[in-house]
Design a protein around this ligand. Structure first.
Ligand code: PYL
Length: 284
């Protein structure tokens, strides 16, 4: 997983409303709507569930430590969605203890390995990689006007690509997988095929060939400029959760409104929706 840098996120807080409007132009749905689409909820239902939900974002100093503005940015995205989100005054264990003691509904925190949201009532954990993959796959489904029966290429078969492939398979896409590590693609095909019996999944071995016959792309690699201008086809739609962006500046200019990319917004929105989209489980 690529570690975000402050420059990757410093633009987010002042641009949340504009970004949500940009997503609506590109996909037909705003940020909240894409999260709903990933969780099969309607916007009113999610808005009702999110409002007044108190979420504590806990900074974590472990490993490579704090990323400047990371916690503030997560809290701002949650607040934009209608939650009551605050950043804990204390970090790590003290912050977690405060979230429990102060009666928060959920907490969110990230170390160098995982970024999670934890529902403190239902004891449910939602992972950012899974949520990000599902959220960008949902955006691709919306950009395609419904991905059922369409050919989709998933570039990168890590946790984000795997989650995206699962959602695309669940929506009836004909999914091709490509990873520099072919075994990773084989593993994702097995997991997704086992889960969605009807899944139509193939493995590609060559990037240029794969891009030459797939219009709908989920770019989930940690490699910059995977898709160059020379590989962009007319009518191509790209949802790119990969950090850094796996689409070159030239290719991004050619794709224009047919490219969706961000570094935190969609993933955090789907984490919040996923937390509260399931009925609260009975206490054990
Ligand atoms: C969650 C992001 C998405 C892409 N890479 C992931 C990343 O950068 N993870 C590290 C997050 C560290 C946060 C730090 C803090 O400020 O609390 N521990």
């Amino acid at each position: 997983m690529t570690r975000l840098q402050p420059d990757d996120i410093c633009h987010i807080i002042p641009n949340l409303a504009d970004y949500s409007r940009e997503l609506e132009k590109k996909t037909g749905r705003p940020l909240l709507g894409i999260a709903c689409h990933a969780c099969n909820m309607d916007e009113r239902q999610l808005k009702d569930r999110l409002q007044d939900k108190q979420i504590c974002v806990v900074p974590v100093t472990a490993g490579l430590g704090i990323i400047s503005r990371f916690s503030d940015t997560v809290a701002a995205i949650l607040t934009f969605l209608g939650c009551r989100a605050t950043v804990a005054d204390q970090t790590d264990v003290s912050g977690v203890a405060h979230a429990f003691a102060a009666g928060y509904d959920a907490l969110m925190m990230a170390d160098d390995h995982r970024f999670v949201a934890i529902d403190l009532h239902a004891r449910q954990v939602t992972d950012n990689a899974d949520a990000t993959g599902r959220g960008f796959a949902a955006a691709l489904d919306l950009m395609a006007g419904g991905i059922r029966g369409r050919d989709v290429l998933v570039l990168g078969c890590g946790p984000v690509g795997a989650a995206g492939a699962g959602l695309l398979a669940s929506k009836g896409a004909r999914t091709a997988l490509l990873d520099t590590d072919r075994q990773a693609a084989v593993q994702v095909r097995k997991i997704v095929s086992d889960r969605y019996r009807t899944a139509d999944i193939t493995i590609e071995d060559d990037l240029e060939t794969a891009l030459s016959h797939n219009r709908f792309i989920l770019e989930a690699t940690p490699v910059p400029d995977t898709i160059t201008g020379a590989l962009v086809l007319p009518e191509m739609r790209v949802a790119a959760p990969g950090v850094p962006l796996g689409v070159s500046a030239e290719a991004a200019a050619m794709l224009g409104p047919h490219l969706v990319h961000d570094t935190l917004e969609i993933g955090v929105a789907v984490m919040a929706a996923s937390l509260f989209c399931e009925p609260i489980r009975k206490k054990r």
